[in-house]
Design a protein around this ligand. Structure first.
Ligand SMILES: [Zn+2]
Length: 403
């Protein structure tokens, strides 16, 4: 959805109206749809490198501004994999899991609407975004496109005496002041995919600022893990038809075609950058790409991708969620003489989060196999196995799903 200023005003007005029209009485103390709330909750805590323990904690008090959510599922992210292997954030012991979703089973009397102004009630399905304790100026309708990197997020919080801080659990306590969205109109798999999809919605928004990405653009997507595959899906929902996928794994390239790439190039079949860029050009029928998305964490891949792009083309680099080391490019040949417009992309804005809900509905409506991105589901007790499977990179998105 394109937001022009008239739209924004209308939305803000609608939000204010819905806030004012909320009943002042406390929500009914009806039991959760899934039955009574148990006395204890289970949380998968990463207690040592490559080791989770499922721990039991007393169910916390729900404050006036808090929401207790019964967790239905949570995706395993690349960030979780880094934390599992090396604890780069120094958080152990930590309750991980930030791609989660579940059902509201209890909420404080002050909770009326979600971060977009949509009413909230018991039984609603929700997801969380970032927590802006230190920057209350970031709001849903903040028109400057400030991204939310550096903010707190459930699933990457230091442990505290409540412990229900991550989505790899059966209950999570959403504290007062957190961002939360009512996504009851999306199915479970779509809800688990919201967070990674928001990363790509943001990247495509960044790409659009170059003015190069157009209806009939030729676009290269390099890297066909979940991030690259979702990138292709978003381009398809925008009506971009000429997409070439580049990866070294034939299975992933086949999936890229199901997602809407009309051609693919397996770099394992082409020795050297000359041969590889020749193959990409051939895949476009003899043309170089107008635009490229770099979706791998490989510095060599970053250096290579310039060779696929035409003079005056554009590039969005979004593959480096963590420091992957330096890449060597030739500024004269790769950037200046070709006049490449380059944008970097990092996480998302709250607005991108809301756009993602619409994207997921449209992707399903045009028949893209989004659900098939979730290749493995594990119960909470098998969270260690889930992470090991994720590290083997045999599947695409691995998810913890509670019964
Ligand atoms: Zn993630």
């Amino acid at each position: 959805m394109e937001m022009n200023s008239a739209n924004v005003e209308a939305v803000v007005k609608q939000v204010l109206e819905s806030m004012l029209s909320q009943p002042v009485s406390a929500p009914a103390a009806a039991p959760a749809a899934g039955g009574a709330i148990p006395k204890t909750a289970h949380v998968a805590m990463l207690t040592a490198l490559e080791h989770y323990d499922v721990k039991e904690f007393p169910m916390p008090e729900v404050g006036d501004g808090d929401i207790l959510v019964k967790v239905e599922g949570c995706g395993v992210c690349g960030t979780d994999a880094h934390e599992f292997k090396r604890d780069p954030f120094g958080l152990i012991p930590v309750a991980l899991g930030h791609e989660g979703t579940g059902e509201i089973v209890k909420m404080g009397k002050d909770v009326k609407v979600d971060s977009a102004g949509k009413p909230l009630k018991l039984g609603d399905k929700v997801v969380t975004c970032m927590i802006f304790k230190d920057n209350p100026d970031i709001t849903m309708f903040d028109l400057n496109k400030q991204n939310v990197g550096g903010a707190d997020v459930y699933g990457l919080l230091p442990d505290d005496d409540i412990h229900l801080n991550g989505w790899f659990s059966d209950y999570i306590l959403i504290r007062k002041g957190s961002t939360v969205f009512n996504v009851s109109d999306l199915d479970l798999k779509s809800r688990i995919l919201i967070e990674p999809c928001a990363v790509l919605i943001h990247a495509v928004e960044r790409a659009k600022t170059t003015g190069i990405l157009r209806f009939n653009s030729r676009v290269v997507v390099q890297g066909c893990g979940p991030i690259g595959l979702i990138c292709i899906a978003i381009l398809r929902t925008m009506g971009i038809e000429n997409i070439v996928a580049v990866d070294g794994n034939q299975q992933r390239l086949d999936f890229a075609k199901r997602m809407g790439a009309d051609n693919s190039v397996n770099f394992m079949n082409h020795k050297g950058i000359e041969a590889l860029s020749g193959a990409v050009k051939e895949a476009f029928g003899g043309y170089e790409a107008d635009f490229a998305f770099q979706c791998t964490g490989s510095p060599v891949a970053h250096a290579n991708i310039y060779k696929f792009i035409r003079n005056g083309g554009g590039l969005c680099e979004l593959g480096f969620f963590i420091n992957g080391g330096d890449a060597t490019i030739n500024p004269h040949f790769d950037l200046c003489s070709k006049e490449i417009t380059l944008v970097g992309s990092w996480v998302y804005t709250l607005r991108d989060y809301a756009t993602t809900f619409d994207f997921l509905k449209r992707a399903k409506a045009i028949g893209l196999p989004m659900d098939d991105l979730i290749t493995h589901e594990f119960p909470l007790e098998q969270i260690n196995e889930a992470h090991v499977t994720n590290l083997k990179q045999e599947g695409l998105k691995i998810a913890i799903v509670n019964q």
